[in-house]
Design a protein. Structure first.
Length: 280
């Protein structure tokens, strides 16, 4: 492999066999080197293959002045997240999370912790990502001997969620949580019912709402049911349908989103399951 650009003593650019611009990381990999020099695979700890040329340029600029130890810890967290969540993460995670980890460590060293006012909602609506965030704090403490506050687990979870949906919209996660909370409140007040978060039906509703809220924000529609099925389900779940009509009105007023009948039916089914779980 030949060096095409040197970022710093530990990071260099090279082109792989498919002529894709990549970044190799390794201790001393760029030290005393010049463009065109060869380097062996044994020296490489990590290869970043980010196919989007804009993102690879952003990442190259970002990591130039980041301590290698911070970068190594971020890599460990991302690898753990990929295996734990068992889902594809956008390449943007290497930019957003590396930047966040470095900034968080810098803030802690300066005695400037940030309070995460969304921590409670993140714990409940994005439990899997939050648990990865907690393990990330353990990784940081083990590798760097620095203890980050629990608030940072919530921030890490947000970056993971955004990487899961490959969304770069500002406040995406907060908007999703706001929609979920509002829909839950409509259900709760319509049925005069305190929802039990420990039931399987509640968990299924929550998962459905996460994707549903994403479609609302992205102005996407899901069309699955035929008209006869929609009519039959409305007859079967009249009270649930009345509740979903309130949800439809709320989303139109606040997000200018037209909820399809298909969406309402699936939402009605999930609400019905939640109601049945409370009767057991």
């Amino acid at each position: 492999m030949k060096i095409s650009k040197i970022i710093n003593n530990n990071l260099v650019h090279f082109y792989d066999e498919n002529n894709v611009d990549c970044i190799a990381m390794g201790r001393g990999l760029g030290f005393g080197k010049k463009i065109g020099d060869e380097f062996g695979a044994m020296m490489v700890e990590k290869v970043y293959r980010i196919e989007d040329p804009i993102r690879i340029k952003q990442f190259s600029t970002l990591v130039k002045d980041i301590p290698l130890a911070h970068l190594e810890v971020a890599n460990m967290i991302i690898d753990y997240a990929k295996s734990s969540l068992n889902t594809k993460l956008s390449d943007n995670i290497y930019i957003s999370l590396v930047d966040h980890i470095d900034f968080a460590l810098e803030r802690i060293e300066q005695g400037i912790p940030f309070e995460n006012k969304l921590l409670y909602e993140i714990k409940h609506y994005y439990t899997s990502e939050y648990l990865v965030g907690l393990e990330a704090l353990n990784i940081v403490e083990r590798e760097l001997k620095i203890k980050l506050p629990e608030d940072e687990a919530g921030y890490i979870a947000i970056h993971l969620v955004e990487a899961e949906v490959d969304c770069t919209k500002p406040n995406y996660v907060q908007d999703v949580m706001n929609i979920i909370q509002s829909v839950m409140n409509i259900i709760k007040y319509h049925f005069s019912l305190e929802l039990n978060p420990d039931t399987l039906a509640y968990e299924r509703l929550l998962v459905h709402l996460r994707y549903f809220a994403g479609r609302v924000i992205n102005q996407e529609q899901a069309s699955i049911c035929d008209d006869k099925f929609v009519a039959r389900m409305k007859n079967n779940f009249p009270e649930e349908t009345e509740c979903t009509e309130k949800i439809r009105k709320y989303l139109k007023q606040n997000y200018d989103y037209d909820v399809s009948d298909d969406e309402l039916i699936y939402l009605s089914v999930h609400i019905h399951r939640v109601l049945m779980s409370h009767k057991k």
